[in-house]
Ligand binder design. Structure first.
Ligand SMILES: [Zn+2]
Length: 232
C-alpha cells in the first residue's frame, strides 16, 4: 500500500481530515459538501473556509459532492438545494484545478447536465451504481469510474456489466468503509483490507489477474489524484 485517501463530506470532517494528514505521512484527504448535508446554503464565511481547506497540498480532490435523489427518512434535502451546493463545489474545484469525487444516486441525468456547465473538470464517479450506458456517459467526459463492494453482489447486474467492459485505464476501486462490504462480509462493517475481494471479483469478470487490476487501478489513482506531487 502506497497511499490512503480519506474522504471529507461536511463541516464535521473536512478540517479534521486535513489535520490528520499533517500527522500521518502518506495520508491524503478530500474536502467537500455532500448532498446529504446540502440542506443549509453555504454562507460566505463557510465558502471562504472551504476554499482555504481545499487549497491545502494534502487535499487531492473536492468531494464528496453531487446529487442524491434517493430520499429516505434520513435524507430529504430538496433537489434545488443540492443543485445549488453542487454548482458551488464544482466552481471551487475549477478555481483550484483539483479533481472532483462525485456521489450520485438516482440523479444521473441532472448530475451530467450540471457537470457539463463546468468544462475541463476531471474526476471520478465514486461507488458507481449505474450501468454500462451510464458508464459510457461518464467515460465520454473523461471521468474515471470507481467500484466498491457492490460489484461482488450477485444481483448488482448493472454494476457488474459496467465493471466487465469499461477500459481498465479509467477504473478505480475503493472501500467506502464502513459501508458497502463485499459479499462475504454482508451485514458486517467494511474495512479497507476487504478491498482484495472487490479486486478479485473484477479480475474474474474480466478474465484477468488481480495483479493486473491492482496495478492499473493504483496507476489510475496516482494519475487522477496526482499522488506523486501532492502532500505536505
Ligand atoms: Zn458517496
Amino acid at each position: 500500500m502506497e497511499a490512503v485517501i480519506n474522504i471529507g463530506d461536511d463541516a464535521s470532517d473536512n478540517r479534521p481530515g486535513v489535520e490528520l494528514t499533517e500527522r500521518l505521512p502518506g495520508l491524503r484527504t478530500t474536502v467537500g459538501r455532500h448532498p446529504h448535508s446540502a440542506g443549509e446554503p453555504t454562507d460566505a464565511a463557510e465558502r471562504r473556509e472551504l476554499r482555504q481547506l481545499a487549497s491545502h497540498p494534502s487535499v487531492v480532490a473536492v468531494g464528496e459532492i453531487g446529487l442524491d435523489y434517493h430520499f429516505t427518512d434520513y435524507h430529504r434535502v430538496p433537489k434545488a438545494d443540492q443543485q445549488q451546493v453542487f454548482r458551488q463545489m464544482l466552481g471551487l474545484a475549477q478555481e483550484l484545478q483539483k479533481p472532483v469525487v462525485l456521489h450520485t444516486r438516482d440523479a444521473f441525468p441532472d448530475l451530467l447536465a450540471i457537470l457539463d456547465e463546468f468544462p475541463g473538470l476531471e474526476g471520478v464517479f465514486h461507488c458507481f451504481s449505474g450501468n454500462s450506458a451510464f458508464a459510457a456517459e461518464a467515460l465520454a467526459r473523461g471521468f474515471y469510474i470507481s467500484f466498491a463492494g457492490t460489484v461482488t453482489y450477485p444481483t448488482a447486474h448493472g454494476v457488474i456489466g459496467a465493471a466487465s467492459i469499461i477500459p481498465l485505464d479509467h477504473m478505480l476501486v475503493e472501500t467506502d468503509s464502513p459501508f458497502l462490504p463485499p459479499q462475504s462480509r454482508r451485514g458486517k462493517p467494511n474495512a479497507p483490507r476487504y478491498l482484495v475481494e472487490t479486486v478479485a471479483r473484477i479480475a474474474a469478470l474480466r478474465g484477468t489477474t488481480e495483479i493486473e487490476v491492482g496495478r492499473a487501478t493504483a496507476r489510475n489513482a496516482t494519475t487522477l489524484f496526482r499522488l506523486n506531487h501532492a502532500g505536505p
